[in-house]
Design a protein around this ligand. Structure first.
Ligand code: SF4
Length: 414
């Protein structure tokens, strides 16, 4: 069965390299420099966000977590022998395809990745690095997303420093996890900064953060030394369905209001020479606008590797309830057949068709929108792509680009 040829589809639909005034945003330049083909990145073309979930274990119980309590309490991990077999399969795929330059963003997620302990975790890094070697054309970059709860930074900082380019990514959710947690998290952030790590945050925007306001968020993160901050919409899942979701999840209209105000504060601080964190979604919209590809913001560049060896992605049922959809197991099936499996092909077709949402098919922003994994929009609310925020970013593009002098070039925004 032939692959879904994302590169060909992109070429057929046409692409463009720069916006109308010829400016290129640094995030796009960086993305292009990091991809082998300079086309819309996809796994098949050699750009792979290898989302590593070898352990789902986590001591926390966050309302926005897409994992069930049973998954988070399960200490089972993907053993290194199994991982070796799976990653060897990925390498065999690229060898057979004769793709020379490959960028692998190994994104260590979970669960809490550090719950495995440094020895087991380093073994995982070693397996990946020993197979996907630079001399075979691989550029492998490791990023760890951690809650920082219970992480002994005096031990772990060496892993961040030596294996992750000195970067640490952590979740920030305001007071949603409780004041005690926040206090502990702050002290961990200060320690990580003292240890010389470069800090970035991912937030799932919740109603408490909206109450505190965007100005508070950006100044708070700046004060902690954060160089890059991302703010995602709060998703419905089986765990939070009902009271928690109703109380904690802002509407997309509130999300756009927050993001616009946050970006206004960002511009004002930058104009005054204050080095505030990069805002992930602002950069993403600008980069996508310049790339102008119908497939670069679909899920064609990522797969999640689960503890049992299965390759999965978040999907939605009952409209917009999030769950993990498996495409096949890397221990049983070769990587090429997983990529071209009927389930993944169907999934990608739905992504490219914007989930069939009538409003998305007509929308001029479908190629630059922040809809993460395409799904039905919520009735009576703005869309999950943040259309109003996109329009604000585009209106303010030149001003944003003129304020780029402080950008930290080592940071990768996605
Ligand atoms: S911006 Fe909104 S309406 Fe437009 S494509 Fe994205 S999700 Fe759909």
């Amino acid at each position: 069965m032939p692959d879904l040829d994302i590169g060909k589809l992109n070429a057929l639909r046409g692409g463009r390299d720069a916006n109308s005034n010829g400016m290129q945003c640094p995030a796009l330049r960086q993305l292009k420099e990091s991809t082998a083909t300079h086309q819309a990145p996809s796994i098949e073309q050699g750009y792979f966000i290898l989302t590593m979930m070898p352990s789902l274990y986590c001591e926390l119980d966050c309302p926005h977590c897409y994992l069930s309590r049973e998954q988070r309490k399960n200490p089972a991990t993907l053993k290194t022998g199994a991982l070796r077999k799976i990653i060897t399969g990925v390498d065999a795929f690229y060898k057979a395809r004769k793709i020379r330059g490959k960028t692998i963003q190994a994104y260590h997620y979970g669960g809490e990745p550090t719950s495995m302990g440094t020895d087991a975790f380093i073994e995982i890094l070693d397996v990946i690095d020993s197979i996907l070697k630079p001399e075979s054309g691989y550029d492998v970059r490791h990023t760890i997303l951690t809650s920082l709860a219970g992480v002994d930074l005096d031990i772990w900082h060496r892993v961040f420093r030596d294996r992750c380019g000195g970067r640490l990514q952590t979740s920030y959710d305001g007071r949603m996890r409780g004041r005690g947690y926040l206090k502990l998290w702050e002290s961990q952030m200060r320690r990580a900064r003292e240890l010389g790590l470069k800090l970035s945050t991912i937030s799932v925007l919740n109603t408490g953060m909206i109450k505190d306001g965007p100005e508070h968020a950006i100044d708070y993160l700046r004060e902690l030394g954060v160089v890059e901050a991302s703010f995602l919409p709060f998703m419905l899942n089986k765990q939070n369905s009902g009271k928690k979701y109703d109380v904690l999840a802002p509407s997309m209209s509130e999300w756009s209001n927050f993001m616009i105000e946050l970006s206004r504060v960002w511009m004002a601080r930058r104009a005054n020479g204050v080095s505030v964190p990069e805002i992930g979604q602002m950069r993403f919209v600008l980069a996508q606008d310049e790339m102008w590809s119908p497939v670069s913001n679909v899920a064609g560049q990522t797969l999640f590797l689960m503890p049992d060896g299965s390759w999965s992605l978040p999907d939605y049922r009952n409209g917009r309830e999030e769950y993990m959809l498996g495409f096949g197991n890397g221990l049983d099936d070769d990587f090429a057949s997983i990529l071209s499996s009927p389930k993944r092909r169907e999934y990608l077709r739905r992504q490219i068709a914007r989930n069939g949402n009538a409003e998305c098919l007509e929308c001029p922003h479908a190629n630059r929108c922040v809809m993460e994994f395409w799904k039905a929009n919520r009735s009576g609310d703005e869309c999950f792509g943040g259309r109003r925020y996109i329009e604000w970013v585009l209106e303010n593009r030149d001003r944003i680009l003129s304020l780029d002098q402080c950008i930290d070039r080592d940071v990768l925004i996605y």
